[in-house]
Design a protein around this ligand. Sequence first.
Ligand SMILES: C[S@@+](CC[C@H](N)C(=O)[O-])C[C@H]1O[C@@H](n2cnc3c(N)ncnc32)[C@H](O)[C@@H]1O
Length: 298
Amino acid sequence: MKAPFHWFGAKRTVVDDVWQRFGAPRQYIEPFCGSAAILLGAREPASLEVIGDLSGFVANFWRCVKMQPAKTAEWADYPVSHIDLGARHRWLMEQRDRLWVELHDPNWPGDPQVAGWWLWGQCAWIGSGWCDWFAGKIPHVTDAGRGIQASGQIPHVGNAGMGSLLTTGGKAAWVALHKLATRLDRVRVIHGEWDRCLNHHYGKEQTAVFLDPPYVGFEALYGDKRPVALDVCEWAREHAHLRVALCGHIGDYDLPGWEQFLWSRDSNTYGSDKTKDAECIWFSPACLPPTRQGVLDL
Ligand SMILES: C[S@@+](CC[C@H](N)C(=O)[O-])C[C@H]1O[C@@H](n2cnc3c(N)ncnc32)[C@H](O)[C@@H]1O
């Protein structure tokens, strides 16, 4: 199962590598969920699952998929149109303050128009810059290369990327979102800072936490505040007794005793030159060694 949109920094390529090391925890937490690639790639749902994201568009989308999939699919069902892309982008950006307030109520079911239009644009928009929650607000958490270019944007008109959801029509979106709704049935969707997801967890290897913050180098480039990834690393260090994965670039963290798993986004080089784009995941000592995958949990 996967998200119906592409996401900057998504971790779909490493889903199996991560779950080999996490095994079958009782609780799973993904505080920087984006497209929730790791949650959706789990072999079996954990009995307690929590995902969160500081982007209100992301949190609202997952909340709506869970609670209002039919309405969300209805709003997402619209032909690709250049003029509407710009207009909807502006309208969506104006909803941020309202969403910020509403999302703090954990029982608010989300806004399906925002979710549907956001998904539609996420699929139609080429490159980065669609509805950047952080633009002009919280500069230090912006992702690299993101900016607002609504007026000059040319939409996807073919089948490339998630344009496929749009070109196959509303029925496909309806089916995809209902499948996701079933999967998310018992998943808690949190909006806000990453540590809001972490205020309750079981001890030891019963809990797995996948930490994929904006990378240290990106934040250093785009802001003058302390990168959130450094606080995340501190939390990870203090919780090494849990099954924790922390994503970054080679050299970002010094975590003695943790496995460093190198990987590449380019599937052609995956397995050969794993250092090509310097991607690394640190796995805490409580994680399963990859050669003993599943053994401790059978
Ligand atoms: C690298 S992406 C995560 C990608 C995700 N693992 C996936 O597979 O799609 C980082 C995510 O963290 C979110 N984010 C940025 N700063 C955050 C913060 N302080 N707390 C929670 N989420 C944050 C961004 O909105 C973005 O979705």
